[in-house]
Design a protein around this ligand. Structure first.
Ligand SMILES: [Zn+2]
Length: 103
C-alpha cells in the first residue's frame, strides 16, 4: 500500500470511529450523561490526532466550552434569535450561534 493511500485509509477509519462514538454518546445520554461526554471527548481526540474534522452535523451536538453532548431540551436550550439559531449549554452556559437559512 502506498504511503498516501495508507494515510487516507487511516483517516477514513478515524472518521468512522468518530461517527460510531457519537452514536454511543446518543445511546448512553439518557442513562449516563457523563458517559456520553466521555464518548464525545474520545471522538474529538481521535479527530485531533488524525486531523479529521468533526462533521458539521455532529459538531453542533458538542459544547465548545465543556464538551457536553448537547441534546435539545435536556442539556441545551435552542432558540431562534435575530435570524440565528442560538444554542445554550445548560452545563456551563456557553452559547453557539449559527445563521439560519430559509429554504
Ligand atoms: Zn458547556
Amino acid at each position: 500500500m502506498r504511503r498516501k493511500d495508507r494515510k487516507l485509509w487511516i483517516r477514513d477509519m478515524a472518521a468512522q470511529r468518530i461517527v460510531r462514538l457519537f452514536d454511543l454518546a446518543e445511546e448512553s445520554f439518557d442513562n449516563d450523561p457523563d458517559l456520553s461526554k466521555r464518548y464525545v471527548f474520545l471522538a474529538r481526540r481521535i479527530g485531533m490526532r488524525h486531523r479529521v474534522r468533526l462533521p458539521s452535523h455532529l459538531k453542533r451536538k458538542v459544547c465548545k466550552g465543556c464538551g457536553t453532548y448537547l441534546v435539545p431540551g435536556a442539556s441545551c436550550r435552542v432558540r431562534v434569535r435575530g435570524g440565528r439559531v442560538v444554542t445554550t449549554c445548560l452545563e456551563c452556559g456557553e452559547t453557539s450561534r449559527r445563521p439560519f437559512r430559509f429554504v
